[in-house]
Design a protein around this ligand. Structure first.
Ligand SMILES: [Fe+2]
Ligand SMILES: [Fe+2]
Length: 299
């Protein structure tokens, strides 16, 4: 079952944001917000929290899965408005979120998108501008945060999509929140969109790590939730699909013997997917080139 509409997934998990940019509010005695969202969807998030009368004082943690702009650009607003919230990221994520060049880049992209959407650069008087994010808690493999009421967030470093990717697992709910660290499944045709943007080897190793978990719910940060039968064995299937894709890339390179042509061909396929419709072609091309280079590396 695929859930693409925001709302309650179960008694403990509220899906916020939109089908494209998803965030999850996990409710124990304390709350945790998973996903750093985007600046231009802040009004929607606030409205959803209002709609379900969420007491913001109970939101103790905000987990930033990785430092792509579409996963962290709502965070500066949230920290300005709710300074008691403690941000959570990987060690490398915390470094990037305070490094001048990536911060400037996210700031610029956020501004451009706000302008393109004729969106004000503030919400209720609070700026939506991006700025360095102080990370209160740096998580590594096996670390956990207790939310009370029998719920805990368990963390896994899952590099490959980015070097800083951090996944969350809630054992009590068998719920996994991998953000972009695992391929996006299309349950209509059984295909997977592999996003090994940083390094194929790491991406595969991260999937192998997650495969050991018992999963009956996956909350992606794009495309919503997978639950029930569709979620069972999803990581093993994702891993198999990733290996197949790597094989296809290698085979195609053997046929073409032309790296640039292979990048062009593959980037075209990614560009055609609804998920990447808003990403500029040169960015897709650069990401695809990096991914193919790492797919061709000797293991
Ligand atoms: Fe990403
Ligand atoms: Fe993303």
């Amino acid at each position: 079952m695929r859930i693409q509409d925001p709302g309650f997934i179960n008694a403990n998990i509220q899906f916020c944001g939109s089908p494209n940019i998803c965030m999850y509010l996990v409710k124990g005695r304390h709350y945790a917000l998973l996903g750093g969202g985007v600046a231009w969807e802040v009004p929607r998030l606030e409205a959803q929290l209002d709609q379900y009368q969420v007491d913001r004082r109970r939101i103790r943690y905000l987990v930033i899965s990785h430092t792509h702009h579409d996963h962290c650009s709502a965070v500066p607003y949230l920290l300005r408005k709710y300074p008691h919230i403690q941000t959570v990221a990987s060690e490398y994520g915390a470094y990037i979120l305070n490094k001048s060049q990536p911060v400037q880049m996210i700031k610029q992209v956020t501004r451009q998108i706000l302008d393109a959407q004729h969106h004000p650069h503030q919400h209720n008087g609070i700026p939506l501008d991006f700025q360095p994010i102080p990370v209160a808690l740096r998580m590594t493999d096996g670390d956990h945060l207790d939310l009370g009421d029998g719920l805990a967030l368990r963390f896994y470093l899952t590099p490959g999509h980015t070097r800083c990717s951090l996944s969350v697992y809630i054992p009590e709910l068998q719920a996994l929140f991998p953000a972009d660290a695992v391929p996006f499944p299309d349950i209509r045709n059984g295909k997977f969109t592999v996003t090994a943007d940083h390094r194929y080897d790491d991406y595969i190793r991260s999937l192998e790590k997650l495969k050991a978990l018992s999963v009956r719910l996956v909350g992606y940060e794009h495309g919503g939730v997978l639950a029930g039968q569709d979620a069972a064995g999803i990581i093993a299937r994702s891993l198999a699909a990733t290996r197949r894709q790597r094989q296809r890339i290698r085979q195609r390179f053997e046929e073409l013997q032309d790296f640039d042509r292979l990048v062009e061909e593959t980037a075209g396929k990614y560009q055609a997917l609804p998920l990447f419709r808003q990403v500029p072609p040169d960015v897709i091309r650069a990401i695809t080139a990096r991914m193919i280079r790492s797919a061709l590396e000797e293991t």
